[in-house]
Structures are given as structure tokens and as C-alpha cells.
Design a protein around this ligand. Structure first.
Ligand code: GLN
Length: 496
């Protein structure tokens, strides 16, 4: 086994036992990046030299003895929408192409304090708007399972980096599914925590009432370890919760299977339009949950059909306000025109890509006088109904099981001219963000692309989505971990 193939938990054990050093591990991962990154394009910036310096420092720190964080010396990748002081944050956008933040996001402060090694910044749809990374101004990322396909998005670079063994774990952001959906399409684990569990300070804002930083790993325990390190109250983010962070990893050790766990199967999530194999694989996964002791309970989330329109009113509305700051005055791109108005116009017209412009226009429209009540307020009311559906469901069940995505990874270019088809890729993940609760995707099988698609070179991963109530992470992670340990899907490697 190559060092870069180690999962985070395995690497941690070997580091701690003194059998490998962080420099060896980091060097192996950097070599892996040199070998496969030209095919995958997961990174927008590689922090190679600094990563080795950090690895060396981690080794010194470990040899000094004393208590160490589980992430000490572990190489991780960061979505390029989270600020790391001194290296560019582009958000996949021309408008921030040369922007270098002078401060760290809180999550980065915490990773650095833990001694993690930051490998670089990963590709994203522009300002995290998209489901495929094709909206990145710097070109798409390719799915390591089939390079002609998308890795999902918007955190597609992070998911692909973990799937291609170019990082042992990664950070992403999830506003409507952008951690879980690419995790599903790349065959890795992705967690979106409850709103407020992780500080958003230094995460570039897309839709502030929905955005949450999440984590990727090749196993549930790996993703949980990264989450453990970044979670917890931050006075710099007024929406960050003050609740103490439970020991997620300790909880995984509780081994009585899934006895007594009630798993809800929402009727509305298994309806028409899904790729038949995805549906079959997810149903099989729920049967496995039952075999492991869980009780399956059919539930109803009647307002589910409104999630998509509600999200595509609220997210663009918030985005239109958040993105007003990119005006060429303070930072980022500036194209000077004949007057102030012209400068705004040229800067934003050149700097933003078509999807971002579409969202700003949609959002501005929904917030404008005369339409505000009809669209924005209506959407907020429907959002409450969606949240109440879920609250009611969690009176009866502990977690909800559903597909993460309606289909496996699609071809690059297949949906770029059909925004509505693209929006539909998140139909199962949006409600979690609208309700502010937690969810994750765990590998649950493979679907071979049907005969109508003769170019298919391989089986493509399918994700099982598990959704938990607000602050339900400990049990959510445990259920996913028990499922994962009873199956072997997470052990398959992308054929790179
Ligand atoms: N794909 C969704 C969108 O385009 C969700 C994005 C996200 O979670 N950042 O808005």
C-alpha cells in the first residue's frame, strides 16, 4: 500500500506509532498530486513548499512529546472559497483571481493550531453556485472514476482530491448540497453539519442563511475527525452556536449495531425521474440498515416539492446582496470605465460568469419592490413549512435515509445549457439546508451506466444520504459508520 492510499485514521495511527513521518506522508501525497492532478484538475492552487515546511514542523512537534491533535501532520485540501492567509482565494471567479486574503478563516486557524498540513485550494463552481464545477472560471474538475464526467459540485475539487488520493481529507461548503452531492458522485464521505456548528468567518458568503462548511473523508471516521477539529463556537460569527462540541469520534465506538434506531424513509424522495439503478442501490442500502437492526419507518415530508423553488428564490436573493461587494472598489478585479457606473458595469460584467449573473438577476428581481411579498416572503413561509415537516418527522425517527442525488455523475458538458436540469441534481439535499439541520453522504454502491451510454468506462459511485435533526451529528455519524463498517463500498478505488 502506498502512503497516499492511507485513510486519515490509518495515517494518524502510523504517525502516532512513529512508523511514518508527516514529511514522508506529505511527500507521498505531493507526488501523487504531480502524477494525477494534470488529469483531474482538482486544485486551483498547490501550496507544495509550505506543505512540506508544515509537515516538518508537525514532526518536530510530535517528537517533542505531549498531547497532540489527531490531525497533526495530516495533509488536507481546502475548497477555494475559504480564506487561508497569504495564498489566493479565487472562489472560482475571475473577479477574485488575484485576491490574497490577509486573514485566516476560523476553520483554518483551528486546522493550523491542530498542526494539519494544508496542501492547497480546490476547484469550485464560481462562488459555490453549481453542481458540477463546470461553473469555475478556471475550467472543470474531472471525476476520478471517469475523467469524462463531472465530480459534482460545487465542492467538486475537494471531493475529487480525496477520491483520487490527493488529500486525506478536505473542507468544502454546502449551501444546498455542495458537500454531499460531490461526495456521492466521487464515492467518498461528505458531511454537512447543523447550521451554526462550524464558524463561517472567512468563508466567502454565497447565501448566508444556508451556507455551512462541511468535511470530506474516505471514511465516516475521517470526515468526523476533521469536523471535530473545526466545530465549535466562534465569537467572530454571530450565527455560530455556543453548544459544546460532542466527541463525535468517541461516539463511533459505541457498538450495538443499529438496534433501536428508527430510520425514516420519506415517501416523497423515491418518486419518478431517478436513475433506476441509483434507486435500486439506495433501496438495498436501506435494507442493509434494517439487517443491522434499524427499524424502517415510512414517513412523509409533504412540502418536499417546494424545496427547489424555495431554494432558488432564497439562495439567489441572499447571493445578490452578498455579491454586491464585488464592485471593483475595494478588492478584486477593477476595470475602470468612463464614470463610476461604467466601472461597476464593466467590472461585474467581465468578472462574473453567466451563472453568477443569472443568480444575481433572479435574486434582485425576487427582492424588488412589488415582487418581494409575492416571491421572497412566500418562499420564506414555504421554508418554514419544509422545516416543520422535518421537525415532525424527527419526532418519529432518529435519522432519515434517502438518495443523495437522483443520478450518478453526468458527462462534462451534458447539462451546461440546461440550468434547470442542473438545479435538479440537488433536489434531495436542499431541504437539509433550508431547515438548518445536518446530513451526510456515504458510499452505498455502484451503478454501471446503461447500455445506451456505450462510452461508459466504469461503474460510478452512488451515495446514501442520511439526514439528522439539529445537532444530531453524533447519532447521524454513528449510523453512517455502522453502515460503512458493514459494507465495503468505501474501500474501492477510483481507476486512475
Ligand atoms: N448546486 C446548488 C446551487 O447551485 C448548491 C450549491 C451549494 O451548495 N453551494 O446553488
Amino acid at each position: 500500500m502506498k502512503l497516499y492510499e492511507l485513510c486519515l485514521t490509518e495515517a494518524q495511527a502510523l504517525l502516532q506509532a512513529g512508523e511514518i513521518s508527516s514529511v514522508e506522508l506529505t511527500r507521498a501525497v505531493l507526488e501523487r498530486i504531480s502524477a494525477v492532478e494534470p488529469m483531474v484538475h482538482a486544485f486551483l492552487y498547490c501550496n507544495c513548499e509550505q506543505a512540506l515546511v508544515d509537515a516538518q514542523r508537525a514532526d518536530v512537534r510530535r517528537s517533542a512529546g505531549g498531547p497532540v491533535s489527531p490531525l497533526l501532520g495530516i495533509p488536507l485540501a481546502i475548497k477555494d472559497i475559504i480564506h487561508v492567509r497569504g495564498i489566493p482565494t479565487t472562489c472560482g471567479s475571475r473577479i477574485l483571481e488575484h485576491y490574497v486574503p490577509t486573514f485566516n478563516a476560523t476553520v483554518i486557524d483551528r486546522l493550523q493550531a491542530a498542526g494539519a498540513v494544508l496542501l492547497g485550494k480546490t476547484n469550485t463552481d464560481e462562488f459555490a453556485m453549481g453542481s458540477s464545477t463546470e461553473n469555475s472560471a478556471f475550467g472543470p474538475t474531472c471525476n476520478p472514476w471517469d475523467l469524462s464526467r463531472v465530480p459534482g459540485g460545487s465542492s467538486g475539487g475537494s471531493a475529487a482530491a480525496v477520491a483520487a488520493y490527493m488529500a486525506l481529507g478536505a473542507l468544502g461548503s454546502d449551501t444546498g448540497g455542495s458537500v454531499r452531492q460531490p461526495a456521492a458522485l466521487c464515492g467518498v464521505v461528505g458531511i454537512k453539519p447543523t447550521y451554526g456548528v462550524v464558524s463561517r468567518y472567512g468563508l466567502v458568503a454565497f447565501a448566508s442563511s444556508l451556507d455551512q462548511i462541511g468535511t470530506f473523508g474516505r471514511t465516516v471516521a475521517d470526515a468526523a475527525l476533521v469536523l471535530q477539529t473545526i466545530a465549535g463556537h466562534d465569537p467572530l460569527d454571530s450565527t455560530s452556536l455556543t453548544d459544546p462540541v460532542p466527541d463525535y469520534v468517541e461516539r463511533l465506538k459505541k457498538t450495538d449495531g443499529l438496534n433501536g434506531v428508527r430510520v425514516g424513509l420519506p415517501r416523497e424522495y423515491m418518486v419518478g425521474g431517478m436513475q433506476p439503478q441509483v434507486e435500486a442501490v439506495v433501496l438495498e442500502a436501506t435494507a442493509t440498515l434494517e439487517e443491522l437492526g434499524a427499524e424502517l419507518v415510512e414517513i412523509s415530508l409533504p412540502h418536499t416539492p417546494y424545496a427547489l423553488p424555495v431554494y432558488y428564490l432564497i439562495a439567489p436573493a441572499e447571493a445578490s446582496a452578498n455579491l454586491a461587494r464585488y464592485d471593483g472598489m475595494r478588492y478584486g478585479l477593477r476595470i475602470t470605465g468612463k464614470d463610476l457606473w461604467d466601472t461597476y458595469h464593466l467590472t461585474r460584467g467581465e468578472g462574473f460568469g453567466p451563472e453568477v449573473i443569472r443568480r444575481i438577476m433572479l435574486g434582485t428581481y425576487a427582492l424588488s419592490a412589488g415582487y418581494y411579498d409575492a416571491y421572497y416572503i412566500k418562499a420564506q413561509k414555504a421554508r418554514t413549512l419544509i422545516r416543520q415537516d422535518l421537525e415532525r418527522a424527527f419526532e418519529k425517527v432518529d435519522v432519515i435515509a434517502a438518495p443523495t442525488t437522483p443520478r450518478t455523475a453526468f458527462r462534462i458538458g451534458e447539462m451546461v445549457n440546461d440550468p434547470l436540469q442542473m438545479y435538479l441534481q440537488d433536489v434531495f439535499t436542499l431541504s437539509t439546508n433550508l431547515a438548518g439541520i445536518c446530513g451526510l453522504s456515504v458510499p452505498c454502491g455502484f451503478a454501471s451506466v446503461n447500455a445506451a451510454d456505450p462510452g461508459a468506462s466504469t461503474d460510478l459511485p452512488v451515495g446514501l444520504q442520511l439526514i439528522g435533526p439539529a445537532l444530531g451529528e453524533p447519532e447521524l455519524l454513528r449510523v453512517a459508520h455502522v453502515y460503512e463498517q458493514a459494507t465495503s463500498w468505501h474501500q474501492r478505488s477510483a481507476p486512475l
